[in-house]
Design a protein around this ligand. Structure first.
Ligand SMILES: Cc1cc2nc3c(=O)[nH]c(=O)nc-3n(C[C@H](O)[C@H](O)[C@H](O)COP(=O)(O)O)c2cc1C
Length: 154
């Protein structure tokens, strides 16, 4: 077996491409995330790692609820728009097609799946906060989803 740089090897892990949506203190924000996975089924729970320095982490702590939009394979531009600029600099809800839950949380219009999630626990791991959340409602619109390959984004 060849010895390889660990961080390079981690790029071979597989991920989907998601957009987190959050509303807190009269502000909306959207953020692309790949480090998200299901961790339990009954009830359905997931974990997402958000850099503690990102505006989204502050807003998720404040709000306690967030949306997950599972992007379609045609929505790569949305992933880039929500993943390369901070909500501190730009209102990302104006950059992409956004719609809102009945409680006013933003999500991506016509995403493959839209989940509303309730934060049930948080843990800081190095420079990321892991948000453990229950998926409390869902809308599914399509089966074809965008997959994450680091070479396609960075
Ligand atoms: C494809 C892709 C995947 C990303 N995955 C994550 C992730 O899982 N966690 C994270 O903290 N940042 C991730 N990012 C980076 C954030 O989306 C980016 O830094 C964003 O501008 C932060 O926005 P905010 O400051 O408005 O919260 C990803 C970016 C891209 C393009």
């Amino acid at each position: 077996m060849n010895s390889t740089d660990v961080s390079k090897a981690m790029n071979t892990l597989t991920h989907g491409v998601y957009v987190l949506g959050v509303h807190a203190n009269d502000k909306d924000n959207l953020m692309t995330a790949a480090w998200l996975c299901q961790v339990a089924s009954s009830p359905a729970m997931l974990v997402v790692a958000v850099s503690t320095g990102h505006l989204t982490a502050d807003m998720m702590k404040e709000a306690g609820y967030f949306t997950v939009s599972v992007l379609r394979d045609t929505q790569k531009d949305t992933a880039i728009a929500c993943g390369l600029v901070s909500g501190r600099k730009e209102d990302k809800t104006k950059l992409v097609e956004t719609e809102y839950t009945e409680d006013g949380i933003p999500m991506i219009k016509d995403a493959a799946t839209q989940l509303v999630c309730k934060v049930v626990d948080q843990k800081v791991v190095t420079n990321h906060t892991l948000f453990i959340a229950e998926a409390v409602s869902a809308t599914q619109n399509a089966d074809e989803v965008l997959l994450y390959h680091q070479k396609d984004f960075f």
